[in-house]
Write a protein that binds this ligand. Structure first.
Ligand code: FES
Length: 399
């Protein structure tokens, strides 16, 4: 509100627009000029603000009328303890998030390593949850124990935009409530609240940004986001095998194993790994390895993807089983429609008419296709790794 407006109000002149506002204020005659407002103490502004809002304070008790009692100190220590716990939990969360061994460890090779790895998710969940809980309890406890619990009665009236007077008196009321809560002289609570909230904020930042620290393009090895277990090394053949439940039971796949319209989930196998239990298990468990081998029905003639026209072997097509939406297994193949279905959010990929392009649901990218052929002994082999990252998109991805 302008100075002119305020002067008009103070002298009893007001236009129609302001009439209702003045009625809302309820105490027109008490409106000070801007200069008077600047001269007023916070206490006076509090009283003025309440009067302007037609608020009557029935009770405004000091939560601790007798200062320094044991009960007061106990309450202060309780609040500080919760904030401290929040800070320590947040620091523990950050420590676990950054330093705890998170890579999968085969229990057959290293039982203790596997045990530590298995604690990663429970620990980050526990410490982050505890931090959130402790910050919340600390804040609630502080407001219950130290904020004044006034009883006020206010007349209801229409709302209008805040005037300068309203703003200043509101700030004064908030500052007054803050002062009456005695936060200014409670350095222990202030320090622990700062520690708890600060560490919690830092932990939240680590949680949000932690996964982005890695540059996916900086890693090009077999374990990078750009490669899967189908990557050929040293020119060794990578066979398509099925999982029979026993990693040592090597069951390779041949064209005659699939009837038209049939499909099978396959995993990579290298002859050099036949007696290496860890490598065999890893090939079956690595999350980006599962691939759907599909034999189309006679008459199906899918449009080939540009540059991938020879990735199939006759009617046999191999697509990553990892949904390009959020990474669920697209394990339902409907032979009649020639569609792969993802059970998570119902994305459908058309295999019979296209190169597994999404035709329904939230997925936007086609399933990556594995180039396959059949070797001289009649077994399916991969001609190379997938030529694009599988699964959900990630930043800087160009496909
Ligand atoms: S993960 Fe497949 S549709 Fe969402």
């Amino acid at each position: 509100m302008s100075e002119r407006d305020m002067n008009e109000h103070s002298s009893g002149q007001h236009d129609e627009e302001n009439t209702s506002g003045e009625q809302a204020a309820g105490n027109e005659g008490a409106r000070p000029t801007e200069a008077e407002l600047a001269e007023m103490s916070r206490d006076e502004k509090v009283r003025l603000g309440l009067a302007q809002d037609d608020v009557e304070l029935v009770e405004y008790p000091d939560p601790w009328p007798v200062k320094g009692t044991r009960a007061e100190r106990r309450a202060e220590r309780a609040v500080a303890a919760w904030f401290s716990l929040a800070g320590l939990s947040a620091l523990a969360f950050i420590g676990v998030f950054v330093f705890w061994p998170w890579r999968y460890v085969n229990p057959l090779v290293d039982e203790r390593g596997h045990f530590l790895y298995s604690l990663y998710n429970p620990l980050i969940g526990f410490f982050l949850g505890l931090s959130i809980l402790a910050v919340g309890i600390g804040a609630i406890l502080y407001s219950k124990k130290f904020m004044p619990h006034e009883t006020a009665v206010q007349q209801r009236h229409d709302g209008h935009g805040s005037s300068e007077l309203d703003r200043q008196t509101t700030v004064a009321e908030l500052a007054d409530a803050g002062e009456r809560s005695t936060i200014a002289r409670r350095s222990m609570i202030k320090r622990t609240a700062g520690f708890g909230a600060g560490a919690f904020g830092l932990g939240t930042g680590v949680l949000v940004l932690g996964g982005m620290v890695k540059n996916p393009w900086a890693e090009t090895g077999a374990d990078s986001l750009q490669h899967t277990g189908w990557l050929q090394t040293n020119g060794e053949k990578v066979y398509l095998r099925r999982n029979t439940g026993d990693p040592h039971d090597i069951s390779l796949v041949r064209p005659q194993d699939l009837a038209p319209g049939g499909f099978e989930t396959v995993f990579p196998f290298r002859e050099s790994e036949r007696h290496n239990e860890e490598a065999l298990l890893h090939a079956l468990r690595r999350s980006d390895n599962p691939t759907m081998l599909i034999r189309l029905r006679p008459g199906d003639s899918p449009v080939e993807r540009k540059g991938q026209e020879n990735f199939n072997y006759g009617d046999y097509y191999a697509y990553s089983k990892i949904c390009t939406h959020l990474g669920c297994p697209t394990s339902l193949y409907e032979a009649q429609t020639g569609r792969l279905l993802c059970p998570c959010h119902q994305s459908q990929f058309d295999v019979a008419n296209s190169y597994a392009k999404p035709v329904f649901g939230p997925a936007t990218r086609a399933l990556p296709q594995l180039p396959i052929t059949v070797d001289e002994e009649g077994y399916f082999v991969a001609r190379s790794d997938f030529i694009e990252p599988i699964g959900p998109a990630y930043w800087e991805r160009n496909s």
